[in-house]
Ligand binder design. Structure first.
Ligand code: UD1
Ligand code: CA
Length: 455
């Protein structure tokens, strides 16, 4: 089958009014990726070599977005929304290029999995002309029903056109179809719009192909494959299903999730075996974790690279460009942005490290802040290997702390510190015996005098 060429036609011309959004429906994200991009990924994973995106509502925004998630896709505008068959025909130019297989998919049905598509393509390879992806549900309302006779799919009847008996059928059309490339155009062109909605239904090609003696079959996929998104409640439902799939995949790949339902992955999270993720962790886009890291509870991580055996959190925030090398440690209430924490370095408590390098085995004390921004520009802080930064220090960038440099706590460091030097950047302590008591007495009598005057 792998030699067969395949065009995926993705229908995404719908307005999506029920999203109540200024943004086209299919650009709403699941796991941080537009839902239509999930559809594209599934098509590619099922071997689609060509991509045709049928757009309508918000065409400019769609084209712009498509450049990111499907730069090779051709876009076709369906001017009037006259039904799914009409929408597929908007991509006539692409279809007529002579692909072996055509996969019709919906931009608002993001949980379609590549296996279901590959299974449908397999049926084409075995000689079917039309393959419908079906699913079973106890609650079929709203879906087209699959009418089978003697193991053959003979028709799909839309809910609105169903008789009472047909409404009881629970085998439904997920919407996606695989069509033999050499039959697709002639079948689509024969579709009419004489039905309850007055639309050109893609589903009619089942009967049309049957009447021509072509082989038409249904495959069965899980309900999730058919989950169409029309409003934000359904969007959240799709997110839930996606996250559940991804968590399971991570666990089966050797990642421990103590409370899986509280960990949120991004579409591109990479996470290696023997990593332990505690409850309530959020992964934004662009996170790569090697093996055997510990991500403690309530950490928020995006755009970060975490090497093996690192220890992160609890309550750590790793922002884009955070690069933790082997055995680095970023502890509670620390924020790291655009900074490398080299091997074995420790940033344990209440610290901000931004635009910086923390050298191997350096120790950054609680409350250290790299002052990287003057309100206009960002500056770099370079902390050498084995340096020790005492608690509550401010490192005013640009500044360098040499290897083995030692910063007294409470320092404001504005000048670079050479290797192995000790730097104090604070006023010296002065201790005056008895002065504390004297002050307390003075303040107490002043307060008493004030109270008396007010009586
Ligand atoms: C469709 C199927 C139905 C199936 C259901 C599964 C048809 C006729 N019906 O119904 O059997 O059970 O999906 O969810 O195919 N679109 C366009 N242009 C159009 C019409 C639709 O781009 O002119 C796009 C929509 O944006 C959407 C997709 O095609 O992404 C499906 O269209 P929709 O109207 O939602 O079809 P359903 O009524 O759900
Ligand atoms: Ca729909």
């Amino acid at each position: 089958m792998s030699q067969r060429s395949c065009l995926s036609v993705i229908l995404a011309a719908g307005e999506g009014t029920r999203m109540k959004s200024a943004m086209p429906k299919v650009l709403h994200a699941i796991a941080g990726l537009p839902m239509v991009a999930h559809v594209v990924k599934a098509a590619e994973a099922a071997g689609a070599t060509g991509l045709a995106l049928v757009i309508g509502h918000g065409a400019d925004e769609m084209r712009k977005a498509a450049q990111k998630f499907a730069p090779k896709a051709e876009t076709f505008v369906q001017e009037k929304r006259l039904g799914t068959a009409h929408a597929v025909l908007a991509a006539r130019e692409a279809i007529s290029k002579g692909y072996d297989d055509i996969l019709v998919m919906f931009g608002d049905t993001p949980l379609i999995d590549a296996q279901a598509l590959a299974a449908a393509r397999q049926k084409l390879a075995e000689g079917a002309a039309v393959v419908v992806i079906g699913f079973r549900t106890p609650n079929p309302t709203g879906y087209g029903r699959l009418i089978e006779r003697r193991g053959k799919l003979v028709a799909i009847i839309e809910e609105k056109d169903c008789s009472e008996d047909e409404k009881k059928i629970t085998f439904c059309n997920a919407g996606m179809m695989a069509i033999a490339g050499d039959q697709a155009l002639q079948l689509l062109e024969k579709v009419g719009n004489d039905n309850a909605k007055g639309e050109f239904y893609l589903t009619d090609i089942v009967e049309i192909a049957g009447a021509q003696g072509l082989s038409v079959v249904a495959t069965e996929a899980s309900f999730e494959n058919a989950l169409g998104i029309n409003n934000r409640a359904e969007l959240a439902e799709a997110e839930r299903v996606w996250q559940a799939r991804r968590r399971r995949e991570a666990m089966l790949a050797g990642v421990t999730l103590i409370a899986p339902e509280t960990v949120y992955f991004s579409h591109d999270t990479e996470i290696g075996a023997d990593t332990i993720v505690e409850p309530n962790v959020w992964f934004g886009p662009g996170v790569r974790i090697a093996s055997a890291a510990k991500i403690h509870a309530f950490s928020h991580i995006e755009g970060a690279t975490i090497a093996s055996n690192c220890d992160v959190g609890p309550f750590a925030r790793l922002r884009p460009g955070a690069d933790l090398r082997n055995k680095a440690k970023v502890g509670n209430f620390c924020e790291v942005k655009q900074a490398t924490i080299e091997e074995g370095a420790k940033v344990n408590h209440l610290t901000y490290i931004g635009d910086a390098r923390v050298g191997a085995a350096a120790n950054i004390g609680a409350g250290t802040i790299t002052c990287n921004y003057d309100g206009y520009s960002k500056f770099f802080t370079d902390i050498g290997e084995g340096a020790f930064v005492g608690s509550n220090s401010s490192l005013v960038a640009p500044v360098t702390i040499g290897k083995g440099g030692y910063i007294a706590s409470g320092s404001v460091i504005t000048e670079s510190v050479p290797d192995d030097a000790l730097a104090f950047g604070r006023a010296r302590q002065k201790t005056i015996p008895g002065k504390g008591k004297e002050l307390r007495e003075r303040f107490a009598s002043a307060a008493a005098a004030k109270k008396k005057a007010a009586e």
